[in-house]
Design a protein around this ligand. Structure first.
Ligand code: SF4
Length: 384
């Protein structure tokens, strides 16, 4: 019933935060800690069960995301990693934990490092106090700097900072100051995403009521182009549309998603993919705990994407990467080349300078990156 990938990444979801940010559509819930112990117990059971379904799989990247995993103690994070090691062949050189400023003072980061975490991804988002308040973040710019110091003092030499741009009212000048402040902290990796107004979020409602104004697409593209230019000049390789890394510091775990490779998963609302089948768990932490205690499955959905869906996913994910969409690999997987699957879209994209061929792969040009969403929509339309 289950194919057995030889090697996979593993995602662990911790769905708790101090407060819910207005723009956030992740499965995260404001928490004062009352569910943490019960959730951890359910999570350990979920990891063990996943290990029984995929025996012998070598897990070579781990990502503990959220939510705010740094609300969990180093001992709790250590127990999660111990359970992964007991359930799989854990050979992960990269074990990332997400953390948020305003929570890091609760625990010693050296203890997370000793527990096995090798990389920290910090939700900085902005270095402007007014922007942080607008985003409902719980921290100040100074707390980001203190958090980075705490992470470095804990012995981490692999740090990512998350930033958000194209905020309502944000000028290019303010954004450049944010970027400069982030670069000054010398992280090995930077992620910069434009603000999204996802349905169901507080920001979505605020925009509908005219309280927040989304920047027009052309302005967002201008921010993105400026970001790539500045980060490249500062020595960061733009290895994915929104992700920039020092040489050798690209996020190996996230590369798995963009390459459409197996990532197993545990936790409330977590999504797993074994190379053929994908599944998701129930989102509610309370229901996740209840089911685990009752010995019921925590899965909410399970499906095997068809060939068309798989092709589109592979094209859209891999084109986000600078390495691009490997044409031979695509043909091996799906039995036809990208040029045969999307003759009209790829001809149009090549003619307009949005896509180029590099080392046997199709890759977006800088102009193509700026219109990537529209281009991906064309891929979907051509085979609809
Ligand atoms: S801290 Fe992150 S995960 Fe938590 S609510 Fe804010 S954006 Fe969402």
């Amino acid at each position: 019933m289950y194919p057995e990938p030889v090697r996979a990444g593993f995602y662990v979801h911790i769905p708790f935060c101090v407060r819910k940010c207005g723009y956030c559509d992740f499965n995260s819930h404001a928490s004062t800690g009352e569910l943490h112990a019960a959730y951890q117990e359910a999570l350990l059971g979920d990891i063990a069960e996943t290990g029984r379904r995929y025996p012998g799989v070598e897990v070579d990247t781990v990502f503990i995301g959220g939510g705010t995993p740094s609300l969990f103690t180093p001992a709790q994070i250590g127990a999660i990693l111990d359970r992964l090691a007991a359930s799989f062949a854990l050979r992960a050189a990269e074990i990332t934990m997400e953390a948020n400023p305003g929570t890091v003072e609760r625990h010693d980061f050296g203890d997370y490092r000793r527990a096995g975490v090798t990389r920290v991804s910090m939700g900085a988002q902005s270095f402007d106090a007014a922007e942080l308040a607008m985003l409902d973040r719980i921290h100040s710019p100074e707390e980001i700097v203190a958090a980075v110091r705490a992470v470095r003092a804990g012995g981490f030499d692999n740090l990512n900072l998350d930033l958000i741009f194209a905020l309502p009212g944000q000028s290019l000048g303010t954004w450049r100051a944010n970027l400069a402040a982030a670069i000054a902290l010398e992280p090995e990796h930077l992620s910069a995403y434009n603000l999204m107004f996802e349905p169901g979020t507080e920001f979505f409602h605020r925009r509908a009521r005219g309280l927040l104004a989304e920047k027009p697409g052309e302005e967002q593209a201008e921010f993105l182009a400026d970001t790539a230019h500045r980060l490249e000049a500062a020595g960061y390789e733009p290895y994915e549309i929104s992700n920039f890394a020092r040489a050798g510091r690209a996020c190996a775990h996230n590369l798995r998603y963009w390459r459409r490779e197996p990532v197993l998963a545990a936790g409330a609302g977590a999504h797993g993919f074994d190379g053929r089948v994908r599944w998701s768990n129930v989102r509610s932490p309370q229901e996740y705990i209840r089911r685990a205690r009752a010995g019921e499955s925590v899965e909410a959905t399970r499906e095997e994407p068809g060939r068309e869906e798989g092709m589109l996913e592979a094209a859209m994910c891999r084109l986000r990467l600078r390495e691009g969409l490997d044409e031979s690999r695509f043909e091996r997987e799906f039995g036809l080349s990208p040029g045969t699957a999307w003759p009209r879209t790829l001809r149009m994209a090549a003619d307009r300078g949005f896509v180029e061929r590099r080392d046997g792969a199709l890759a977006l040009t800088p102009a193509g990156i700026l219109i990537s969403q529209a281009l991906f929509a064309e891929f979907a339309r051509e085979r609809a």
